[in-house]
Design a protein around this ligand. Structure first.
Ligand SMILES: [Fe+2]
Length: 237
């Protein structure tokens, strides 16, 4: 009696070549950027995220050119697997920023509604490959198989056994040198870092538009490339 899994969420991961050789220089650049960023704007239980502190454009910083190239290559591989015709689109790194998570710090659940595809790269992980270092968590908001709303919550607790049809969360233990890529609209978060040492990662938001020289019909659902946009003038007075 087969039961078939339909409509799976596609999360890509890969271990990036040369990661170990690049680690030291990335860590050093990130910690310098953290020092130069704005005064801390998040509470002490939340990881330092560059996008909140004026450090959101590492895509333009030559110290990050190696990882930017890797993210581009892996994102294209991901989109090919999703069946997208790469000749019809252009891709842009819209923003990219470091995340530094110290003892007991987490990243609360959120989604990146400003982008289409998001990526995270793990530069430095204290207890590599373990949940203690703060697992990346994806939330099953679609809940296709939750036939009774709330059946699995902590009070009702009427799910006997978790399986691929009823998981509410998925986890990736952070692993040095690994990239994760996922749809930006997918809600996710990062568990607390319980190691007592820093976990350092980089986040990327990627936007997809129609190709610069694309068929005009592509613009119906794809945004035209930003080179074709007209910015409003400022109102006088
Ligand atoms: Fe995020």
């Amino acid at each position: 009696m087969p039961i078939e899994p339909w409509f799976p969420l596609a999360v890509y991961y890969a271990d990036v070549e040369d990661a170990a050789a690049q680690k030291e220089s990335l860590v050093s650049a990130i910690l310098k950027l953290e020092k130069k960023g704005h005064k801390r704007r998040v509470d002490s239980e939340t990881a330092w995220t560059g996008d909140f502190h004026g450090v959101g454009r590492i895509q333009e910083d030559p110290r990050f050119s190696w990882i930017v190239g890797q993210i581009e290559a892996h994102t294209l591989a991901y989109l090919e697997e999703l069946g997208i015709d790469l000749s019809k689109i252009d891709l842009y790194i819209q923003r990219a920023w470091p995340v530094v998570s110290r003892e007991d710090q987490e990243v609360p659940p959120h989604a990146h509604h400003n982008a289409h595809v998001s990526a995270v790269y793990y530069v430095s992980v204290p207890e590599n490959g373990t949940h203690k270092s703060g697992a990346f968590t994806i939330y099953n908001d679609a809940n296709f198989n939750e036939i009774i709303a709330g059946i699995g919550d902590e009070h009702t607790n009427a799910i006997k056994k978790r399986n691929p049809f009823n998981y509410e969360e998925g986890y990736y233990a952070p692993t040095e040198g690994r990239v994760l890529i996922f749809p930006s609209q997918q809600r996710h978060g990062v568990e607390a870092n319980e190691t007592g040492e820093m976990r350092i990662s980089l986040s990327f938001d990627i936007v997809i538009t129609s190709a610069e020289q694309g068929d005009p019909g592509l613009h119906e659902f794809l945004s035209p490339p930003p080179s074709q946009w007209k910015k409003f003038g400022k109102l006088n007075g």
